[in-house]
Write a protein that binds this ligand. Structure first.
Ligand code: ADP
Ligand code: MG
Length: 184
């Protein structure tokens, strides 16, 4: 396992741009696990991944659908990358519903990105890229959206810190975006 990597993301566009850059190292079969409070930027980063992978459709926060597949578009050079399967398990009721998602083929053939997967996604794949997003500053450090409102802050504004933890042999020696930044 490689060392965790810490990246500062000053605004939402930086978060999307990180997703676009990360798409460059992803291939079919990869699993990306996103953690962080509501509003931390998980879907925003996934939107960048979708742009970088060049897949069809807008990556969004699903209302009723827990998993959405975005098929690859044909790129300017005629090639097509992997599909993006975006899982937002926020409304997942039970672990039976995880089975019903039937992620096995996606985990083999697509890039699978999971929000709210803590506690069950770890069992799906030994190799995964764990991305943890948080709001770093002042009174809002580590608190959720409601607490930020209560503290008189705009919970949608501002910097995020992303910690990237590569897990498993897949990531050994893989150069990740932001690796040049000094952690701390
Ligand atoms: P989540 O999926 O974690 O619940 P979203 O990506 O849906 O979060 O929402 C994050 C919100 O915060 C968006 O409205 C986005 O524009 C805003 N935002 C502000 N700064 C950032 C940042 N640095 N990174 C990501 N999102 C940010
Ligand atoms: Mg989300």
């Amino acid at each position: 396992m490689s060392a965790p990597l810490q990246v500062r993301l000053p605004d939402a566009e930086a978060t999307r741009a990180y997703g676009r850059a990360l798409a460059g190292v992803l291939r079919a079969g990869d699993l990306v696990v996103l953690t962080g409070d509501l509003g931390a930027g998980k879907t925003t980063l996934t939107q960048g991944l979708g742009e970088g992978l060049q897949v069809r459709g807008q990556v969004a926060s699903p209302t009723f659908i827990i998993a959405r597949e975005h098929p690859p578009l044909t790129r300017a050079d005629g090639t097509r990358g992997p599909a993006l399967v975006h899982v937002d398990a926020y409304r997942l009721g039970s672990l039976d519903e995880v089975d019903a998602l039937d992620l096995d083929s996606s985990l083999d053939e697509s890039v699978t990105v999971v929000e709210w997967g803590e506690g069950w996604v770890e069992g799906l794949a030994a190799d995964r890229l764990e991305l943890a997003l948080r709001r770093p500053r002042g009174a809002s450090d580590g608190i959720g959206v409601d607490e930020a409102f209560a503290a008189g802050e705009d919970p949608s504004a501002g910097e995020r810190v992303l910690v990237v933890t590569p897990v498993g042999a897949r990531w050994a020696g893989v150069g990740l975006p932001g690796q040049d930044e000094v952690a701390g």
